[in-house]
Design a protein around this ligand. Structure first.
Ligand code: ASP
Length: 596
């Protein structure tokens, strides 16, 4: 190394030593004939002093972010010039030599966090190498590496084998949309990039591996959101001879260790558990943020004989409910905010969003005139209504009512937070297992059942007989781990009996037999050769790191994220390829087709 120390190493005890430092010019100041440079490397900053002379002239000409190497003597700073905010703040280095390794071009944006954070994200992604160089962002990469270390240490300690599985896999269009890769050596045929190593890890269990894990790269060609990227990393694992309790314990241990080793935070275990039904009933979502209440209240019984026909109708329709939440203290929301909430309700299939605002002791709402005094009194008691509250209703089939109120609850919380009336601390960690999901969900569009998790999930043992009679009632051995309203991961105990697996594919999911054969035939074959009982889970590693970092976008904690449109703006791709490349792959674009 050309350096003797990092820029975060020197302390008063080092005074008198001659040292060599390398790094980037963070800031430069001329003061009283002397030039000061804060030299920065990955670890921190050290102040370097240039007295009048040739070196100072070089230093004065330097642009920030240029790369230099200096040697000089460490001196203690006088008491009034000590900078307590810096690790090296009690010393400085008096430069004796300076070597300029590279000058920096004009910067496309300022590098200090306050200003850089306000710069358009696309510009920062184009210059990601600079954006990452900001100490806070390098810090996020360090945090990520530390979290990976903790997870690996825990799994290695529990005798898991780290095994890489192929990313070029078979197309299995049951799940998310896939990225396809044409095969040059098998013209006209394609691989798909793995959505997850699901099938490979199950094959590893049949192969007798017993405990597998991998920091697995996964690919899904889906529309992007703040917490979604076309490629992402999962802590993917699978175990043989276990039940759900073993999995809860393992994951709680991994997360406990990760939080301790990265943030020094002790998270209490075991985590609470909640059934899917309870999560939907109370919070209207299968990944509830339990940092705040605003729980959904059931009013179906109350409105059975109501004069308000909309509520009375729903209350008397089997499978439908009348429910409400009290957004405490949100009565003064603007018309625009209210309209937005209505739009959200409609996006979930509601016809509108009935509400009651309570202001100055008065219930302001187009619907209260239909309510009897008893109904009002009961509402007031059930929803603990006070001045300043706003009540939102849903009268609909159970699932729709849950979805509507679940979304309105989150949006109301966001509004209350923005108005400073609700605190949702990012350093409060409400972990939660959501369990007992239905195995199948009815898809109205396709008119068939679809797997709630994936088709390899085993039914809960005592529900197995219902597979033939009432698939919708069968619960799956599926578990999701949720933190503050974010799904960190999920998994299941798998089907290991080839006959049951075949029944799920063909009788329940209605996948034609030849398709089952071509897509999953090898799995059914493998299961016939002594498949052990097994189960697994995948944690979204990017989401775990984002939660550790208190960031809402996973783009912040990826070295080179794609932008909202799935583009890598730094390398500028996806990009066109040459006609020869396409010919080699025996692929013709629609444009060429037209020309031909
Ligand atoms: N492969 C599943 C997923 O990616 C996780 C699992 O079941 O282990 O969501």
């Amino acid at each position: 190394m050309n350096r003797t120390h990092t820029c975060n190493a020197l302390r008063p005890a080092d005074a008198g030593q001659t040292v060599t430092l390398v790094g980037w010019v963070d800031t430069k100041r001329d003061l009283g004939g002397v030039t000061f440079i804060d030299l920065r490397d990955r670890e921190g900053l050290t102040q370097v002093v240039f007295n009048p002379g040739a070196n100072q002239e070089v230093a004065q000409r330097l642009k920030t972010e240029s790369v230099i190497q200096i040697t000089g003597k460490v001196t203690a700073r006088s008491a009034e010039t000590v900078n307590p905010k810096l690790g090296t703040g009690a010393v400085e280095v008096l430069a004796a030599t300076i070597e300029v390794h590279n000058v920096c071009a004009d910067l496309p944006f300022p590098m200090d966090d306050d200003k850089a954070d306000k710069v358009n994200e696309d510009l920062r992604l184009e210059y990601r190498f600079l954006d990452l160089r900001r100490p806070r962002n390098i810090g996020l990469l360090k945090l990520r590496a530390k979290a990976a270390r903790a997870i690996r240490a825990e799994l290695d300690g529990q005798d898991f084998l780290e095994i890489e599985t192929p990313t070029l896999f078979k197309s299995t269009p049951e799940g998310a949309r896939e990225f396809l890769v044409p095969s040059r050596t098998n013209p006209g045929e394609f691989y798909a990039l793995t959505q997850s190593p699901q099938q490979y890890k199950q094959m590893l269990m049949v192969a007798g591996v017993e405990r597998y894990y991998q920091m697995a790269r996964c690919y899904r060609d889906e529309d992007l959101r703040a917490d979604r990227q076309p490629e992402f990393t999962q802590v993917d694992l699978e175990m043989s001879f276990i039940d759900r309790e073993d999995m809860y314990k393992l994951i709680e241990g991994i997360l406990k260790r990760t939080w301790k080793e990265t943030l020094g935070v002790d998270i209490p275990t075991p985590f609470p558990r909640m059934s899917y039904q309870e999560a939907m009933d109370r919070f209207g979502i299968d990944k509830p943020d339990t940092r705040f209440a605003m729980e959904i209240q059931d009013l179906t019984g109350l409105f059975k004989n109501s004069a308000f026909k909309v509520f009375q109708g729903a209350a008397n329709t089997p499978g439908s409910v009348v429910r409400a939440i009290n957004a405490k203290g949100l009565a003064d929301l603007t018309q625009g905010e209210l309209t937005n909430l209505e739009t959200i309700a409609k996006s979930q299939g509601a016809k509108g969003l009935a509400f009651i605002k309570v202001e100055g002791g008065e219930w302001k709402s187009p619907i209260t005139k239909f309510f009897s005094e008893e109904e009002k009194a009961a509402l007031k008691a059930t929803l603990k209504i006070e001045d300043g509250d706003i009540i939102f209703f849903a009268a609909a089939p159970w699932e729709q009512a849950s979805n509507v109120l679940g979304r309105i609850r989150l949006e109301s919380a966001a509004l209350l937070k923005a108005k400073g009336r609700l605190s949702l601390p990012t350093d409060q960690y409400n972990f939660l297992w959501v369990i007992e999901f239905p195995l199948m969900l009815w898809d109205e569009e396709e008119k068939r059942y679809l797997s709630a998790h994936h088709p390899f999930t085993a039914p809960v043992k005592e529900d197995e007989p219902l597979l033939a009679t009432d698939p919708a009632k069968v619960r799956g051995q599926h578990y999701d781990i949720v933190l503050n309203g974010v799904e960190l991961g999920g998994g299941s105990i798998r089907i290991h009996n080839p006959a049951v697996q075949k029944r799920v594919f063909e009788d329940i999911l209605k996948i034609p037999q030849d398709m089952v054969e071509s897509r999953f035939g090898y799995m059914l074959k493998a299961f016939a050769y002594g498949a052990p009982p097994h189960g697994g889970i995948a944690l979204g590693f990017d989401r775990v790191v984002a939660m550790l970092a208190g960031r809402s976008s996973i783009r912040d904690i990826l070295a080179f994220p794609k932008n909202q449109n799935g583009r890598d703006l730094m390398a500028d791709c996806p990009s066109p390829v040459t006609p020869k490349q396409l010919r080699d792959l025996r692929i013709r674009t629609v444009e060429e087709e037209k020309k031909a």
